[in-house]
Design a protein around this ligand. Sequence first.
Ligand code: FVH
Length: 291
Amino acid sequence: MTTTRHSVSFLGLGAMGSALARTALKAGHPTFIWNRTAARSAALVEEGATAAADPGEGLDADLIVVCLFDQASVHEVLDPVADRLAGRRLVNLTTTSPEGARELARWASGHGADYLDGGIMATPEMIATPHSAILYSGSAALFDDHREFFELWGSAEYFGDDAGMASLYDLALLSAMYVMFAGFFHGAAMVGAAGVPAKEFAARTAAWLPALMPAIAGYAAVIDGGDYTVPGQQSLDFSDISDIVNASRDQGISTELVDVVQRLIHRQIDAGHGTDGFARVIESIKKGAAA
Ligand code: FVH
């Protein structure tokens, strides 16, 4: 499909929308652009894009790519032109919740449009580099027909026809990222209280964390197997992080972050699972505060 250089319309030219549109333009696709603040279109127009006066103007394009601030702004932009969406192909790369993506898919389908949702695992600077990945879910036909085009932006992976799945994976991966970075901030604060620059601690952390990554697959095997008693695992009793909590307090820094981890560990120990493996912490998370 993409060998025919199909036309693409971009609604939303923030940092990310501009990077996506510029990639399409560079690859030779007729590119229509619209942004609420019209001045943001100027650079892309100079590069060859066609600016639309309103969101409805580019809707005849083969593909409509939406990259706005949030779910509400998607409705704000598309609701007024909803009656022109029948038969159109809509790719929404705006970050929403999984339920938000499903609501938009139902809304688009109600107006006769094909809908694909995407979760962007990249910053604008990473778009069209080997480090960029976008996760998709929703219309399989739309994904299959335009896969080659999507791969201009980065790797493209499809997670099924439930439009919320791309968002769910996106947010789950981001949760791993935020908690990991927060862990780094905590460690940097601990040694920072002793006068160690964050830069020095960062170099050590960046060298140490990759060595631990293989453990993730091991934890996953235990979780999927459902048997936390498999020999060879680090036990929950051994994983008690009182020393970390106490050292943090002694350094005069907040213990909030490590308190949470300690609570999750102890919920399982207190329920009599202290000799089980560390991966059992996921049971505290899966079952919420009641576990
Ligand atoms: N930037 C990033 O690193 C992340 C990477 C992961 C995915 N996110 C998501 O991508 C969506 C867009 O992000 P962005 O970086 O382009 O964001 P901004 O530069 O802030 O641009 C926002 C655009 O949305 C327009 N907009 C906002 N509200 C409305 C509205 N009510 N009606 C119409 N347009 C609206 C805004 O227009 P303007 O302010 O220029 O007039 C921008 O075009 C986002 O979901 C990230 O979570 C990016």
